[in-house]
Design a protein around this ligand. Structure first.
Ligand SMILES: Cc1cc2nc3c(=O)[nH]c(=O)nc-3n(C[C@H](O)[C@H](O)[C@H](O)COP(=O)(O)OP(=O)(O)OC[C@H]3O[C@@H](n4cnc5c(N)ncnc54)[C@H](O)[C@@H]3O)c2cc1C
Length: 623
């Protein structure tokens, strides 16, 4: 199935690039060469760093990706199909561990990660945004010179090309973006939805009526307030602009960039030579077509497997806590106890209502086959008048401080509770908690604690949608949980999933924030702008205890996992240094969302591209 508007459906050049030897599934052929850089994982960060390293022409780059290509598949390409590729062959289909200890009762949930060229950028919901400047500056304050807002802003801009919305779209949203806030020459296309739902049209006014100011520059270093946000969508053909079409397909003809799909890397191989007590990677071992191969790296091995598989690969290669490795039967190469620790995600609690208005929503695609066909025809024609509902994602978002969702006295009590937790914490990551506390104490109105989103569809997990009904969903997502989770191996087999312990609500403070956010959603539902739209609340529904719902049946996360190979000084619990080199190694780096030491109030993909852009410059500068 090829999407009617696949970015490359009609370009002979791209087809010949794809057919060229640059992208293949022939493991034997791939292993015949050695590469200056081997990049493990052809996902968001992996394809970015591979494209930039090969761009110079000086180096050969070999990328090993476990998944295949989603090239032209409508469930990947069509924005309004977001979510349709979850649970498919493009997904690792992990499951989280059920909560234990103080987290008891939090259920195990499906945990999605991309297993496809482009990785999770092919699966995500295309929200394109950045956190506040304070949150990036906190990475530098943790001991990472040069990792600050100024630098990250320029690298995030380097990754993107911004497209202005049409006048009609801008006036429907009630918002005119400034192109100065964005980049103009990068591979990822960033634009505003062409289809503007009635919910999004009323968003800014509804939130203003609740005291949340409109922010017209949410991607320029201050994200607090209600805003209309862009998505990583190519407006020329309204297709997802993700790492594969942005960084790989246009460069797939490069002789020095070779990509192997269907290749599961099992471990890093070590040279017998050491320098001091540091080990040197000679290459990797991988499985392809049922056979095992080794391939040599002349300069470096770069791990870009994402927050779940990166710590797994490090541990399978002998880098990790010796107790965990020994238990799984893996020989210790570098005893680095922080691998797989410091895992952070954004929690997510949602409320769904039946709609009283007669309008369409994304639910109508499910309810009405004629409507679905009409919308697909509009989509295939790239119609802008009227636009197709399949052009829609999630433009209406707000980032808010604690003072929005609780009164001043409660906010003060919550900050005191957070401070007590941080003071008592003995975790090696105490400094990350202290930085987090500084957000609450020193920048209470400038660093957002909760994200609010409105969605034009049913999204509840505790009940099923009724046929022929349409729905509206609101979500509240705590952005700075104090809880920390882990990802570790319990087997030496690379095909087995690691144990994902999100541990999301193990600190009572986190539960209170999530519940306060959830309760605030009812205020949005009651805003006069939405009076004609919001009907009966179907989830959680009247009478359901919000706390039990948040940590029980309604538990969810935003799949924004970071931190499992944190960039922090080694004596404070780090896995990589500020040049992204793994401690104890001479030539292994991690380049992906795992290195983020402290979570931010943003959807991470824009930041991950920025990290990979910066990493390429660090590597090329010889650091
Ligand atoms: C459902 C969902 C919704 C999301 N929504 C948004 C959103 O709207 N906006 C946003 O900004 N972010 C969103 N995110 C998060 C964002 O997509 C990720 O943070 C980001 O893409 C992670 O990039 P990465 O490079 O770290 O990992 P990935 O992009 O996941 O790349 C890792 C790659 O490594 C490969 N790999 C792993 N192990 C191996 C191995 N052993 N051998 C070979 N290959 C391997 C994988 O198959 C994958 O291709 C969402 C994520 C999900 C899952």
């Amino acid at each position: 199935r090829i999407s009617p508007r696949s970015p490359f459906a009609r370009t002979a050049k791209a087809d010949s690039n794809l057919a060229s030897r640059s992208i293949s599934s022939d493991g034997g052929q791939f292993a015949k060469s050695s590469y200056d850089y081997i990049v493990v994982g052809g996902g968001t960060a992996g394809l970015t760093v591979a494209a930039r390293l090969s761009q110079t022409g000086r180096y050969t780059v070999g990328v090993l990706e476990a998944g295949g290509s989603g090239f032209g598949d409508p469930i990947v390409d069509i924005p309004g199909e977001f979510g349709a590729d979850l649970g498919t062959k493009y997904d690792w289909n992990f499951t989280t561990a059920a909560g234990k200890g103080t987290n008891t009762g939090v259920p195990s949930i499906p945990f999605h990660r991309g297993k496809v060229l482009g990785g999770s950028s092919a699966l995500n919901f295309m929200v394109w945004n950045r956190a506040s400047m304070y949150e990036y500056d906190a990475w530098e304050a943790l001991g990472n010179t040069g990792w600050n807002w100024k630098s990250m802003y320029s690298y995030m801009k380097k990754a993107e090309t911004f497209h202005q919305p049409s006048q009609t779209v801008a006036s429907l949203f009630g918002f005119s973006p400034s192109s100065f806030d964005y980049g103009s020459k990068g591979p990822v296309n960033v634009s505003f939805n062409k289809y503007v739902s009635v919910l999004a049209q009323k968003w800014l006014r509804a939130l203003e009526s609740l005291g949340i100011p409109t922010n017209n520059h949410p991607l320029a270093g201050n994200n607090v307030g209600a805003s209309i946000q862009p998505s990583d969508i190519n407006p020329r053909n309204t297709t997802r602009s993700y790492a594969a079409p942005a960084y790989l397909f246009p460069n797939a003809g490069r002789e020095n960039l070779i990509v192997l799909t269907g290749a599961l890397v099992e471990k890093i191989n070590w040279s017998p030579k050491k320098i001091g007590d540091k080990v040197f990677a000679s290459g990797v071992t991988f499985l392809s077509g049922g056979k095992e191969y080794t391939v040599a790296a002349k300069r470096e091995v770069i791990i870009s497997c994402g927050t779940v598989k990166t710590p797994q690969l490090l541990e399978l290669s002998g880098i990790g806590a010796k107790e965990i490795l020994s238990k799984a039967g893996v020989k210790v190469v570098v005893d680095l106890p922080s691998v797989g620790e410091n895992v952070q995600d954004h929690g997510q609690a949602i409320m769904t209502w039946e709609r009283n208005d007669e309008g369409f929503s994304l639910d109508t695609l499910r309810n009405n086959a004629t409507f679905a066909q009409q919308q697909m025809a509009l989509y295939a024609n790239n119609s802008s008048n009227p636009p197709s509902i399949l052009d829609e994602t999630f433009p209406a978002i707000a980032y808010v401080p604690l003072s929005t969702v609780v009164d001043r006295a409660t906010a003060k009590e919550l900050v005191a509770e957070a401070a007590a937790h941080v003071r008592a914490s003995k975790a090696p990551f105490k400094r990350t908690l202290e930085q987090q506390l500084a957000f609450l104490q020193h920048h209470p109105e400038k660093v957002s604690q909760i994200e609010l989103i409105i969605a034009d569809e049913f999204a509840a997990t505790t009940v099923a949608p009724m046929p022929n009904k349409t729905y509206v969903t609101l979500s509240a997502s705590p952005q700075h949980l104090l809880s920390r989770g882990s990802v570790h191996i319990n087997s030496s087999n690379a095909s087995h999933s690691p144990v994902i312990n999100l541990n999301s609500f193990s600190v009572p403070y986190d539960v209170q924030i999530a519940v306060a956010g959830l309760a605030f959603l009812r205020k949005i539902a009651a805003a006069k702008e939405y009076a004609a739209i919001f009907g009966t609340e179907v989830a959680p529904g009247p009478g359901i205890d919000l706390r039990n719902y948040t940590v029980g049946a309604g538990f969810g996360v935003e799949y924004h996992t970071v931190g499992s190979a944190s960039m922090i000084p080694q004596d404070q619990g780090g896995v990589v240094d500020s040049s992204l080199k793994v401690y104890g190694t001479l030539n292994v780096r991690v380049v992906d969302a795992s290195i983020i030491p402290l979570h931010m109030s943003a959807h991470p993909s824009c930041t991950v591209y920025g990290i990979a852009e910066k990493a390429a410059d660090i590597i090329l500068s010889g650091k």
